[in-house]
Ligand binder design. Structure first.
Ligand SMILES: Nc1ncnc2c1ncn2[C@@H]1O[C@H](COP(=O)(O)OP(=O)(O)O)[C@@H](O)[C@H]1O
Ligand SMILES: [Mg+2]
Length: 320
């Protein structure tokens, strides 16, 4: 197969952590051709989505003392060439959030790819549909009590009712802008004003789940089915479990309750063409559905001795 990956500049990727690199490595290992491009390499030529594609050769990471070690020169790119993306078997849209206007334009370009010829993972329409915080609300039955508003009084009432809450900017990722709120906080008004940009932008406010101290579980779903999970446990004085803010990763199982959550979410993900997704679950409640560029497979692989990247590639092969 020929596979194209739309991603952030390679020097910014972390080969021992990023799922994108894990999937590209698996593709190479299984004998497929890997190409990369950035957002600025996308164009529409005579009504077709094209990209300046650079062939990629990876030096795979190796497991040393339980951690992935990458060579300093872990990748090599060949000369770029403009190609019709329909020459590819699949295109992986793996640009990291935030979802900017530029990102949205890229999804409109990828939308022009004929799904009969080339599978786009995840589907551009699904990527636009699924703001990572708001999309979760479509599964409210498995979510903790949640409010989305920019109204200070509504937010105050909600926090008073639940005594403790977590505020989340709707466009955030990796723990950015996540705040712990309690009614007695002397900065309460100011925190809400800053987060809502002075009452201009709604934010998500969610009941604080004390179980968060035991971990925020990342479950990876492929085509709507759970294929692996890793727990992220807050460390030190931090209440957020994100790996990006120092969350410690630990092996874990998928519980029956979490399987129920996957069953609630899976069919809709498939319908929306969201084939590769990472959901976050705290204390048996769904808190986030990550669709743009979810991480976790490097950690699941090294803790469990598996290769989720190979699962993804084999799934693609089986789709034919
Ligand atoms: N309802 C909640 N109760 C307690 N902690 C939470 C809650 N929601 C999120 N958190 C903490 O905040 C972190 C980030 O939240 P999340 O909703 O996953 O946003 P993102 O990962 O996009 O920044 C989580 O890893 C978790 O530790
Ligand atoms: Mg998260």
């Amino acid at each position: 197969m020929k596979l194209a990956f739309i991603l952030d500049p390679l020097p910014r990727l972390d080969p021992g952590h990023d799922s994108t690199v894990a999937i590209m490595e698996a593709a190479q290992r299984l004998g497929h051709e890997v190409f990369v491009a950035e957002l600025q390499h996308l164009s529409v030529i005579e009504g077709k989505a094209w990209a300046k594609l650079f062939p990629l050769t990876l030096q795979p990471v190796v497991l040393e003392e339980g951690l992935w070690r990458a060579a300093p020169d872990w990748y090599e790119v060949g000369a770029g060439e403009w190609r019709d993306l329909e020459d590819m078997t699949a295109v992986f849209m793996r640009k990291d959030p935030p979802v900017t206007v530029r990102y949205l334009y890229a999804t409109y370009i990828l939308e022009l790819i004929d799904p009969e010829k080339t599978l786009v993972i995840n589907q551009p329409q699904g990527l636009r549909e699924a703001n990572e915080k708001m999309y979760t609300l479509q599964f409210y039955g498995v979510m903790p009590e949640t409010l989305v508003s920019l109204d200070k009084e509504l937010i105050r009432d909600f926090v008073e009712r639940h005594q403790a809450a977590v505020l989340k900017p709707l466009g955030g990722k990796a723990g950015e802008g996540i705040l712990f709120l309690e009614p007695g906080d002397r900065n309460f008004n100011s925190l809400v004003e800053i987060s809502t940009h002075q009452g201009q932008e709604p934010v998500m406010v969610q009941r604080f789940l004390p179980e968060a101290k035991d971990g925020d579980k990342r479950i990876i779903l492929l085509d709507g089915e759970p294929i692996g999970a890793v727990n992220r446990i807050p460390t030190g004085r931090e209440f957020r479990g994100n790996m990006a803010v120092g969350g410690r990763v630990a092996p874990t199982e998928i519980t029956p309750r979490e399987r129920e959550i996957c069953q609630a979410v899976g069919p809709k993900l498939r319908r929306d063409g969201l084939y590769f997704v990472g959901i976050d679950v705290i204390g048996g409640y769904l808190t986030e559905v990550n669709v743009t560029s979810p991480t976790g497979i490097r950690e699941i692989d090294r803790l469990g001795g598996v290769s989720l990247g190979e699962r993804v590639i084999n799934w693609l092969v089986a789709r034919g």
